[in-house]
Design a protein around this ligand. Structure first.
Ligand SMILES: [Zn+2]
Length: 505
């Protein structure tokens, strides 16, 4: 039964990423949607629907490089070539309308002169026109105006791709303020960007500046896996929410009481998640100077204490074995499916979700602090996170490795029986969205088992691999070649063909 619970728990982790398929089936309706009554401005419409821009080229692994010595190993992470700072004003109305003014300062750190800026504008993916057909409810999204340096700018919008055309080119080392004024209503029971029983879950709710490396790192949004990629930025959010609601967010300075107006901040984080909730019981504890808060729905209150105890142990374990958790607060919301955001995670309720709690927490180190592009290299953060989760149960909970990894073995067997196994280093778009088991086996489980084997089935060695990796790459981005360089150096892999049974070179 234990194996079954583990597999179910892992599927619960994955379900948030992969349960929704048919992401490309957009409904082909056209035309301007009705303007909400309260807003008097005229909506600024996009110029055209086809968006073309200069794309970056993903870094490939170079197996011809010699193996390096760990003693002299230097990370060579390629920095992002832009910098963004976000100042967001958000007003939530009683009827569920959100009015947002996003002021974003964008700096060009590349050698190119830019004629455009490219953003992920994920709310627009959930409109009636663009949403996957299986999502029952849609979002309403209206852009009221876009200004660059105070002047109206034209833009193109296609699904979640927002391209703002610059009135004047932005030269290297220059920066420019961009203002996007928009409103939205969340879809009922959507996915991450969602409202559920009067609670509002706002994932990727503002224009996210794409990273840039000789081109924009902008992939099409997909509900399967994670397709958006951002750099570390500073955020200020001025909020105005209805009475009786509370803000639970990525910020370290969430208000303790029910405060309807205020400002929260986040510095050097990849994105800002915000839940606006009411009637959720909360239990908290302080561990290693970090306040852990667990929020549940009333019917799940019984699990709150259990999740809090587990989170305390996991935080101490990762602090001691990988690196210090970088925030003052860690929020766990027992609602929605399993998903990680800086300083906050969501985990569905239920007693089979202990694996999911630890997995989403481990993402604070591998995704939240060591960055990677989940569209190009989904296995880098998911495989590493999953491996760290298994190590918690082996080392801290003193469970037998054979029992712990039995879940991974079962998962891979199911994937082989019902589909196929592909190289772990496929990009997100190389996976078939409907084949969830193949994706989860190849991206989550096989990397965990292979890293365990490379560690000589030794938890201390495995944790040392992760600790060094974290030390070398915290607040940097690991691409496919950096992962190969480091992994070869750490495990003394002279011939990269030794990885050929799970990594395609
Ligand atoms: Zn994950």
């Amino acid at each position: 039964m234990k194996y079954f619970i583990w597999v179910m728990a892992l599927l619960a982790v994955l379900s948030g990423c992969e349960s929704q398929v048919n992401g490309n089936q957009a409904e082909k309706t056209k035309g301007k949607q009705a303007q909400p009554q309260k807003v008097v401005q005229k909506e600024q419409l996009p110029m055209e629907e086809k968006v073309t821009f200069k794309h970056s080229i993903p870094v490939k692994m170079d197996p011809s490089l010699p193996m390096e010595s760990l003693a002299t190993f230097k990370p060579n992470a390629r920095p992002n070539e832009n910098k963004a700072k976000y100042d967001l004003k958000v007003k939530a109305e009683k009827d569920g309308q959100f009015q947002v003014t996003a002021n974003i300062q964008v700096e060009n750190l590349s050698a190119d002169s830019w004629e455009d800026l490219v953003f992920h504008f994920i709310p627009n993916y959930f409109t009636e026109k663009n949403k996957p057909i299986h999502l029952q409810s849609s979002a309403e999204v209206h852009i009221w105006g876009i200004q660059v340096a105070g002047k109206t700018a034209q833009y193109n919008l296609e699904k979640d791709t927002l391209q703002i055309l610059l009135n004047e080119s932005l030269k290297p080392k220059e920066n420019v303020p961009v203002t996007v004024t928009y409103s939205f209503k969340l879809p009922e029971n959507g996915a991450r960007f969602s409202q559920v029983m009067g609670k509002y879950y706002l994932a990727e709710w503002y224009p996210l500046v794409s990273t840039y490396r000789s081109g924009w790192d902008k992939a099409d949004f997909s509900l399967h896996g994670e397709s958006y990629h951002t750099d570390f930025s500073d955020f200020t959010i001025q909020y105005d929410i209805p009475e009786e609601y509370a803000i639970v967010s990525s910020a370290d300075d969430d208000p303790k009481e029910l405060v309807t107006k205020g400002t929260i901040t986040g510095s050097n984080i990849k994105e800002v998640y915000m839940a606006i909730v009411k009637g959720m019981p909360m239990k908290s504890a302080v561990v290693d100077g970090t306040e852990i808060r667990v929020f549940s729905n009333r019917q799940d209150e019984a699990y709150e204490a259990e999740y809090l105890e587990l989170a305390k142990k996991a935080l101490q374990f990762f602090n001691a074995n990988i690196g210090k958790y970088p925030h003052k607060q860690l929020d766990i919301i027992m609602d929605e499916s399993g998903m990680e955001y800086p300083g906050i995670v969501t985990v569905a309720q239920g007693n089979t979700n202990t694996f999911a709690v630890v997995h989403e927490m481990a993402h604070q180190w591998f995704y939240g602090t060591v960055s990677s592009n989940p569209s190009y290299t989904p296995w880098i953060d998911e495989g590493t996170t999953n491996f760290a989760t298994y190590l918690f149960f082996i080392k801290n909970e003193k469970q037998a490795p054979a029992d712990v990894f039995a879940a991974a073995d079962d998962h891979i067997k199911m994937a082989k029986d019902k589909g196929k196994i592909v190289p772990s280093n496929y990009s997100l778009k190389e996976f078939e969205p409907e084949n969830i088991l193949t994706y989860s086996a190849s991206v989550y489980e096989i990397p965990s088992l292979k890293l365990w084997a490379l560690s000589g089935n030794n938890a201390d060695r495995a944790l040392d691999y992760l600790k060094n990796y974290y030390r070398l790459y915290a607040y940097k981005e690991v691409d496919a070649n950096e992962w190969l360089r480091y992994t070869r150096a750490y495990f003394k892999i002279k011939d990269p063909k030794a990885l050929g049974d799970w990594i395609s070179l």
